[in-house]
Design a protein around this ligand. Structure first.
Ligand SMILES: Nc1ncnc2c1ncn2[C@@H]1O[C@H](COP(=O)(O)OP(=O)(O)O)[C@@H](O)[C@H]1O
Ligand SMILES: [Mg+2]
Length: 156
């Protein structure tokens, strides 16, 4: 690995240590619908101002999960992946982030991505490791692991 890659891997490892070491419960989803329904129920446990880090590889089901969250919050608008916008604002009630393409913390700061953490809505953040230094101290975590073709292990 190059020096930069090593540094990157270390900072991601640190991120996981900080955010994923605590006790988490597990839900096994057997279908897309399962994941969406689980997320819908999970949304009911959230409070205004909560910041949720939504972790998982490409195709794990983060967007499916986000659609369920929005339904659980009674948001009528269809949730789509904010890949190019970095963040989609649903009525100030749900701020859905995709930080996959964020290249630096400075860029994230310039985009004002941290400004929404305390605006009273729920923040749902994909690829949060790319903005780790900007995250508030108290966050909730959801991790989706592809454990089969149509099976997903959801840690929350
Ligand atoms: N149990 C499951 N839960 C969620 N998605 C599933 C499941 N099984 C299969 N899938 C499929 O996996 C894909 C997940 O896509 P998506 O939510 O866009 O992933 P991500 O946003 O994490 O990149 C969808 O095509 C979905 O139909
Ligand atoms: Mg997605």
């Amino acid at each position: 690995m190059t020096y930069e890659a090593t540094k990157e891997a270390k900072s991601i490892a640190k991120f996981h240590e900080r955010y994923y070491n605590k006790d988490m419960a597990t839900f096994i989803s057997k279908s897309r619908e399962d994941t969406e329904n689980f997320a819908r129920a999970y949304a009911k446990t959230l409070r205004a101002g909560d910041v949720v880090l939504l972790d998982g590889d490409m195709g794990a089901g983060k967007t499916v999960f986000s659609k369920g969250i929005a339904k659980g919050l009674d948001i009528q608008e269809e949730v789509t992946s904010p890949t190019y916008a970095y963040m989609n604002d649903y009525d100030g009630r749900l701020f859905h982030y995709d930080c996959y393409r964020i290249e630096s913390v400075e860029q994230a700061e310039q985009l004002g991505l941290a400004d929404y953490f305390d605006m009273g809505g729920i923040c749902l953040i994909e690829w949060a490791q790319n903005i780790a230094p900007l995250l508030p101290k108290n966050v909730k975590r959801v991790k989706i692991i592809k454990s089969g073709e149509n099976e997903r292990t959801i840690e929350y």
